[in-house]
Design a protein around this ligand. Structure first.
Ligand code: SF4
Length: 356
């Protein structure tokens, strides 16, 4: 269950639908990811999409570099439970083919398609099939004219680029538009989205592009996406990581949970430990964290090192432990329910979580 973004009142955006997932207009913030398999390899792509959906991915995007990949969308679409987005660069025919094969949304920049007729053919089919189009500006691929006008990469230039791409669709009477306006620089990303959110009511797909490896990319994404969400900006998000895309979904879900925009799955509260701790709290917390990941319940679990702050946190949790000397106190819904030897702490805690 994901909650609606009400930070700063939540920016009011237009509601669109990607398959059966609503985006914008007060809908819960949807988590997206992108496969890194060869889309033409239907079996591998399906396997990865299944793992992404299990991790909580609401919408998946696949690369469509050629006609065979566009064709594969038809096969993939029949066997998945989440909407699929076709990612296309330049070739309008691939956009048409992807939509014919059932893509629920396409990502293409109209300014890169070519002639007005080509833009019109994409806009007309998207309108007829009610397929939204994401206009995605990346700071690294801004048009020459914009770079000259703004003397380099600036939020103003990124916003102008996004709006001018979208205007080509609007001129064809198409308005099922989602914007993204990303950079690998967090301050630039935040500034650009802030500015764009003042200039449009189309829903915004937020993220920090090419954020890096899992560790650094997670921090960058959490800061960038977190800042925007806390300002009420962002209707759907993608964390971009160099690694297994399932990590992107887990990180995206955790960002939403941290901002209390999502309450699905368990939450672990654990202390940093200090000289008062007399148990292997770090080991216990890591084991609990790993095993909690497989439990889909909305529970708050506390793993605290000692009786100084421990019982307080543990009492606020659904289930918690506070360390003693070679043993732990077990708390359930605010009440002490027993003492457990340290080496049984993980098992007993998880059993209690399962029982809830
Ligand atoms: Fe230290 Fe206890 Fe606080 Fe953990 S709960 S940091 S062990 S004082």
């Amino acid at each position: 269950m994901t909650a609606i973004n009400t930070f700063m009142g939540g920016r009011k955006t237009k509601r669109i639908r990607v398959g059966n997932v609503p985006i914008g207009g007060g809908a819960p913030v949807a988590v997206q990811s992108m496969t890194n398999t060869d889309t033409r390899d239907v079996r591998k792509t399906l396997e990865q999409i299944e793992r992404l959906a299990d991790a909580g991915c609401d919408i998946v995007r696949v690369a469509v570099p050629d006609s065979d990949a566009a064709k594969a969308i038809g096969e993939i679409k029949k066997r998945i439970r989440i909407p699929i987005v076709a990612d296309i660069h330049f070739d309008y025919k691939l956009a048409l083919q992807s939509m014919e094969n059932g893509a629920d949304k396409i990502r293409i920049n109209p300014g890169n398609i070519g002639s007005r007729e080509k833009v019109k053919s994409v806009a007309d089919m998207a309108k007829a099939l009610r397929v939204p189009i994401r206009v995605g500006v990346n700071s690294g691929s801004l048009e020459e004219g914009i770079l000259r006008k703004y003397k380099g990469i600036t939020p103003e230039g990124m916003v102008e680029s996004a709006l001018s791409h979208a205007s080509l669709l609007e001129e064809e009477g198409f308005d099922l538009i989602v914007f993204s306006i990303k950079s690998s620089s967090v301050p630039l990303t935040i500034a650009a989205y802030r500015m764009l959110s003042e200039r449009t009511s189309y829903p915004l797909h937020i993220g920090v592009t090419e954020a890096g490896t899992i560790w650094k990319g997670t921090v960058k994404s959490a800061v960038g996406i977190g800042c925007l969400l806390a300002e009420g900006i962002g209707d759907t998000l993608r964390v971009s990581l160099t690694g297994d895309p399932v990590e992107e979904v887990k990180t995206g879900r955790e960002i939403l949970r941290t901002l209390e925009l999502s309450n699905c799955g368990p939450e672990l509260v654990s202390c940093p430990t200090c000289g008062r701790c007399r148990i292997d709290l770090i080991g216990i917390a890591n084991k609990v964290d790993e095993r909690l990941g497989h439990i889909g319940k909305n529970v708050r679990v506390a793993v605290m090192g000692c009786a100084v702050n421990g019982p307080g946190e543990a009492r606020e949790a659904d289930i918690g432990i506070a360390g003693g000397d070679g043993e732990v106190l077990l708390f359930k819904k605010g009440r002490i329910v027993g003492k457990v030897p340290e080496d049984k702490a993980v098992e007993v805690l998880l059993e209690e979580v399962e029982k809830l």
